[in-house]
Design a binder for this molecule. Structure first.
Ligand code: ADP
Ligand code: MG
Length: 681
């Protein structure tokens, strides 16, 4: 793909998109035409319930004819638009909440496609989404569903999508070499985009996904293998092994606890590799709370004594600060100097001596992605540790590594994955695994209660808060929803907790708050100034508040097994007894089995295996595995077969040099190399 092509076209070139719609699209993270066309549906709704839908209550999609004037009512602080319609010869009312402005858009005789919840007693459909049949959705039987916000509807998004496709159709060129497309019988790029957004059948969706996922994985594998070849040829200077061991051993001796056997073996294995002359590339995986950071600190202590630097990159400022505090406590007394660099702190450090601008001289530098920014340089960066590594792209990890000469890389991951999958996903990364948790930890008492059983939740909360402990309360969504009122939202739970426990004790964090507000709320909780943190599942990664003993997950049936296990791992990090309450009314068998699995096991490896067998095809697009590299459309677990094919294809294209030599690879080659150069994502 070439740079000046349709990809970077501004959104306003699409007919029907002005400043307002452009702003709404920005809100969804869509900034150019390419972003838009790659904004894939979350799932597809099928029309199967249409024929017998008058029989029972439930979610329906139906074609309706408007049969009268819309009327507006107000009730319980909401406005309600009630529209008479006929569906399959049955008169009923379509209800729209808080959308009175729609009134003028309906006229008698008009055909609408309605999505919503049907109530047979009242003969109403509470509409979540409606659309007018158009050329691109001529009442077809499957409808893509997108993640949208309140400022743009799915209908509008689909209109824009259709206009955009028409607009750039002639310019959509295939990046994949023709021989690959022929060999795997893939549809063309343009066809794949049409079929993913406007499919006629599920077979269209399948074909389109196969094509788009293959390209995504193929690019990923090319990156991975190009970097691997680059690193394989690197050498590093040898290190004073005696001093290294002196440093790491003094760290281990000073620890207030006994290392687990796993930690001790890991330190030994990694040390040997670090003092060698080829840079280390390793993944250290271990369940939440298995103590991966201590392993990294032991290496940093050794390297510091040998005169080299270590960088530790964390996915959020909060996590970086947490590591920084731990490092200061454990490493300062040994004479190891430590610095913190996040986008907030770097401004203040720049104000010093201008010639020293951005030079890191400390032994251990802890921070966020800022650590890889061009503004920072290092004295002698020997080891880059990447915490929760799946949060960072290939480019940023490379940028950090290139801050040194022959820098070793240690990835930390809390998502245990089988060795074969690790090889496919991370290339030739060697894997070290921490299997046990520290001995002094009690099992986390895990319990399942139904939504109606609020009293036992509050009872436990009161008892634990009275002891001075802290609690997390997690909800599956940020704000309430008119249709699924029974699903708890973070905002609603926050109100309930405040009413029950008082405003001073409760804080709220979620992904739609700005960074400042979110960090403020997190810091208050980490510092113990608030006792209850109400949040969405965004808190799953890494935060460690030893004093927190309660994790309550509402709507637990809506989370994947891996996410629930990570959430549970936020408690039980000290010697206090801890509790995890899963509030759920699981309907399907899979949801029940997930809850059962959590009640019966606390072992992340075992749960990861069960997760694989429990994931049904229905979850293909929605429930992403946390802790694995994330892709726009593919899922490395469920689409593993495609990943393997992509890996083999990349291997042979690089092996026989067709990637470098063949004209059919030119577009792909240019694009892959350009992506690799634009390091900061
Ligand atoms: P994770 O592997 O989830 O990143 P951390 O490195 O954050 O785990 O460790 C969790 C907590 O356990 C930290 O407070 C750490 O100091 C402590 N810890 C690490 N190793 C041990 C051990 N062997 N015994 C007791 N506590 C430990
Ligand atoms: Mg960690």
């Amino acid at each position: 793909m070439n740079g000046s092509s349709w990809q970077s076209h501004p959104l306003t070139m699409i007919p029907g998109v002005g400043p307002a719609r452009r702003a709404a699209l920005h809100h969804l993270g869509i900034h150019c035409v390419a972003d838009l066309l790659h904004y894939y549906p979350l799932r597809y709704d099928e029309d199967t319930k249409e024929h017998d839908f008058t029989a029972e209550a439930g979610t329906v999609i139906a074609v309706a004819t408007v049969s009268g004037e819309a009327r507006v009512r107000f009730a319980r602080g909401k406005s309600l638009l009630s529209l008479p319609v006929v569906i399959h010869q049955t008169p009923m009312h379509a209800l729209f909440f808080n959308q009175t402005y729609l009134r003028s858009q309906f006229s008698v005789g008009m055909t609408l496609r309605l999505h919503g919840r049907y109530d047979p007693a009242r003969k109403t459909i509470t509409v979540t989404r409606h659309e007018r049949p158009s050329k691109h959705n001529a009442l077809r039987s499957i409808t893509p569903v997108y993640a949208v916000s309140s400022s743009i509807s799915v209908t509008t998004l689909r209109q824009i999508m259709s206009a955009a496709l028409r607009c750039v159709w002639e310019q959509l060129r295939d990046v994949l070499p023709g021989e690959i497309i022929t060999h795997f019988r893939l549809p063309s790029y343009a066809e794949a985009l049409r079929m993913i957004h406007f499919p006629d059948t599920f077979s269209d969706v399948h074909q389109a996904r196969r094509r788009l996922i293959f390209e995504e994985f193929f690019r990923y594998q090319l990156h991975l293998q190009l970097l691997r070849d680059e690193i394989a040829s690197e050498r590093t200077t040898s290190l004073d092994a005696d001093r290294f061991y002196e440093g790491s051993e003094s760290f281990v001796r000073a620890l207030p606890f006994q290392l687990t056997d796993g930690q001790r073996c890991a330190i030994e294995e990694l040390s040997q590799e670090l003092i060698g002359t080829s840079p280390m590339r390793r993944l250290l995986q271990g369940d939440v709370g298995s103590g991966k950071t201590a392993v990294a600190f032991a290496l940093a202590a050794g390297l510091a004594r040998a005169g080299c630097q270590t960088a530790l990159m964390a996915p959020t400022a909060i996590l970086a600060e947490q590591h920084y505090r731990d490092a200061v406590r454990m490493l300062h007394p040994l004479g190891v100097t430590v610095a913190l660099k996040t986008s907030e702190t770097s401004e203040s450090t720049v104000s010093g001596n201008p010639s020293k601008r951005g030079e890191c001289t400390e032994d251990l530098i802890i921070g966020t992605h800022t650590l890889a920014s061009p503004a920072l340089s290092y004295r002698h960066l020997r080891l880059a540790v990447i915490d929760e590594q799946h949060r960072f792209g290939v480019g940023i990890r490379r940028a950090l590594r290139e801050k040194g000469n022959g820098t070793s890389v240690l990835h930390l991951s809390a998502t245990p994955i089988p060795r074969s999958l690790a090889l496919t996903l991370y290339g030739d990364l060697a894997v070290t695994t921490l299997r046990e948790r520290p001995k002094d930890r009690l099992p986390i008492k895990t319990q399942h209660v139904t939504t109606s059983d609020q009293t036992s939740v509050f009872r436990l909360l009161r008892i634990e808060l009275a002891k001075g402990h802290q609690a997390y309360v997690v909800a599956p969504r940020i704000r309430p929803d008119d249709v699924d009122e029974e699903i708890k939202s973070a905002e609603k739970l926050y109100e309930e907790m405040v009413a029950e426990l008082g405003v001073a004790r409760v804080a709220l964090v979620h992904g739609q708050m700005n960074d400042k507000e979110r960090q403020h709320a997190m810091r208050e909780f980490v510092a113990g100034r608030t006792q209850v943190l109400v949040a969405t599942s965004m808190i799953e990664v890494g935060v460690s508040v030893l004093n927190a003993t309660v994790m309550i997950v509402y709507g637990a049936e809506r989370f994947g097994l891996a996410t629930l296990h990570q959430l549970r791992g936020r408690v039980g990090r000290s010697t206090y007894p801890s509790y995890c309450i899963l509030v759920a009314d699981p309907a399907g068998n899979t949801a029940k089995a997930r809850i059962e699995a959590l009640l019966s096991s606390q072992d992340g490896f075992e749960l990861a295996e069960r997760d694989l067998t429990l994931r049904g095809p229905g979850e293909l697009l929605g429930a992403r595995q946390s802790g694995l590299p994330s892709f726009a459309i593919g899922d490395p677990l469920t689409d593993l077969r495609i990943m393997e094919v992509a890996r083999d294809t990349a291997e042979s294209a690089l092996g026989d040099r067709s990637f470098w030599l063949l004209p059919s690879y030119q577009l792909l080659r240019e694009s892959v190399l350009r992506e690799l150069e634009s390091k900061m994502e």
